[in-house]
Write a protein that binds this ligand. Structure first.
Ligand code: E4P
Length: 218
């Protein structure tokens, strides 16, 4: 399973890239607004740090403007994945860009039917938002299960399931159990996967006991 960081924070991205755990980055207009930075140079900088796909989202909603924005974003770097909303116009843009060889991430997916449409439009990634469904007392992980099951029935569809709106480590673990291709998470949630009190306790005991031996490996 691939790990994408759902952030535009350069320090976090560099830290994760250096850890060897990072496979890509996703952004959205809200993340860009929060950064306070200029969108295009920021995406260019992220693309130069990260070896994998970097999702950059179009800002408009009509086909004519979205396709122009998508083509401009795709020119920033080879690893840009143009992000488009799951609308009729967005999927038209998806088909056109995918046919040209550009990676496309179809975002704001909240149903299995929408995921079927995105696959038929040639999306590289479909982004179902599990956290936002959970917030409405709907079962986000059930949607991931449904999409994984459906996509497995059609091996000719190459769309990867990119679990988005991840809020906690259980979302990551459940996604892995279901065989989802990618999770995109805030960096803090990726780091939470490391945590276990027995690891801390066990390591402290090993360090103490090693000191008692008076030995050195180096
Ligand atoms: C995915 O690509 C989105 O940027 C993101 O996961 C949305 O997460 P949120 O629901 O926490 O805003």
């Amino acid at each position: 399973m691939k790990f994408f960081a759902d952030t535009s924070d350069i320090n976090d991205i560099k830290e994760l890239e250096n850890s060897g755990l990072l496979d890509g980055v996703t952004t959205n207009p809200s993340i860009i607004a929060k950064s306070g930075k200029q969108f295009l140079p920021l995406i260019e900088e992220i693309c130069s740090i990260v070896h994998g796909p970097v999702s950059a989202e179009v800002a408009s909603t009509d086909y004519e403007t979205m396709i122009k924005e998508g083509k401009k974003l795709a020119k920033i770097a080879d690893n840009v994945a143009v992000k488009v909303p799951l609308t009729p116009a967005g999927l038209k843009v998806c088909k056109e860009l995918s046919d040209e060889g550009t990676m496309v991430n179809v975002t704001l997916c909240f149903s299995a039917g929408q995921a079927i449409l995105a696959a038929k439009a040639g999306a590289t990634f479909i982004s179902p938002f599990v956290g936002r469904l959970d917030d409405l007392a709907q079962d986000g992980m059930q949607l991931i299960s449904d999409i994984c099951q459906i996509y497995a029935n059609y091996p000719e569809w190459n769309t990867e399931v990119l679990v988005a709106s991840v809020r906690h480590p259980v979302h990551i673990i459940e996604s892995a159990k279901l065989g989802a291709d990618v999770v995109t998470c805030p960096p803090s949630v990726i780091k939470q996967l490391f945590n276990h009190p027995l690891t801390d306790k066990g390591l402290a005991a090993f360090v103490d006991d090693w000191k008692k031996t008076g030995q050195s490996i180096l």
